[in-house]
Design a protein around this ligand. Structure first.
Ligand code: RIB
Length: 290
């Protein structure tokens, strides 16, 4: 079982569903509203756990009404929360609109995630003892860099999902072993990704492709499902990939594509992350069909 440490974000997702998004200045009637724990770091941690990893989460929640639910979503999934701090102020929040086609748009307000400016000694010990460090970009970049440097120095594989995408320092790129990006991010980061040893590009319904350190490539086709909401599907893909990375890119890609597809069949981020048994069932159904 791979030992994974996630240094990342956790948010309360405020989700509204609507047939059609409003134009600027327009008001439309929504169809539904829900509060679902999310955040790229937390989603990826849960997905890695549910795809067979042993996972610890390093992050922060506020001291507000969302803190308990955010902590519980991780601990209920079996993710270690001893490195989750509670800080004064608001937890991270994401305002999400999901339209009739299952597509989303998201505004993230960092809250407690923005206070993650330092790593503590016990965080660093956990990173050093892990097989994989998994990070995203919803906490300050300096913390991602400190975590990545420490991981590299201790032989822990550094996996970065550079999302929400932005320009990063060359020092950080130099520490990355594995990058997981979507098509838009891969175009935007083309020159930076050229120097990353392992690059995985998610292709939505068309699956994903992988490029090795030697330039060889591998793809996995899309897994057919009925799409309800794509929120968190990329996070589920990334978490499952991290959990199965030790089995090689081909197996990891198959797990990631299957888990990511299953995540689109339900509303909400953490609420839609499939369990190991569901991933294994769909993987074996698809093997029988091929
Ligand atoms: O990737 C989906 C996630 O992005 C949501 O859960 C939301 O919290 C934002 O971080």
């Amino acid at each position: 079982m791979a030992r994974i440490v996630v240094v990342g974000s956790i948010n309360m997702d405020v989700v509204t569903t609507v047939g059609r998004r409003p134009e600027p200045g327009e008001t439309v009637n929504g169809e539904g509203f829900s509060l679902v724990p999310g955040g790229k770091g937390s989603n990826q941690a849960i997905a890695a756990r549910q795809a067979g990893g042993e996972v610890d989460f390093v992050g922060a929640v506020g001291d507000d009404m969302f803190a308990t639910a955010l902590r519980e979503v991780l601990s209920d999934a079996g993710v270690g929360v001893s490195r989750l701090r509670e800080v004064r102020g608001a937890s991270g929040v994401a305002a999400i609109v999901v339209d009739g086609g299952g597509e989303n748009s998201i505004i993230v307000v960092g809250g407690a995630n923005s206070t993650m400016t330092e790593l503590e000694a016990a965080d660093l010990d956990a990173i050093a003892a892990a097989d994989v460090l998994m990070c995203q970009l919803e906490i300050p970049e300096r913390t991602v860099l400190a975590a990545a440097r420490h991981a590299r120095a201790h032989g822990t594989t550094v996996l970065l999902n550079p999302s929400p995408v932005r320009e990063l320092s060359p020092e950080l790129w130099a520490e990355i072993d594995v990058a997981v990006v979507n098509e838009g991010e891969s175009e935007q980061l083309e020159s930076e990704l050229a120097a990353v040893p392992h690059v995985i590009v998610t292709l939505g319904a068309a699956g994903a492709k992988y490029r090795s350190p030697h330039g060889s490539t591998l793809s996995h086709p899309g897994v057919r499902v009925e799409v309800v909401d794509t929120t968190g599907a990329g996070d589920t893909f990334t978490g499952a990939l991290a959990a199965q990375w030790h089995r090689g890119p081909e197996v990891a890609l198959a797990w990631a594509c299957t888990a990511g597809a299953l995540a689109t069949t339900k509303l909400g981020a953490s609420a839609s992350i499939p369990r190991q048994i569901e991933i294994e069932q769909l993987l074996s159904d698809n093997l029988e069909l091929s």
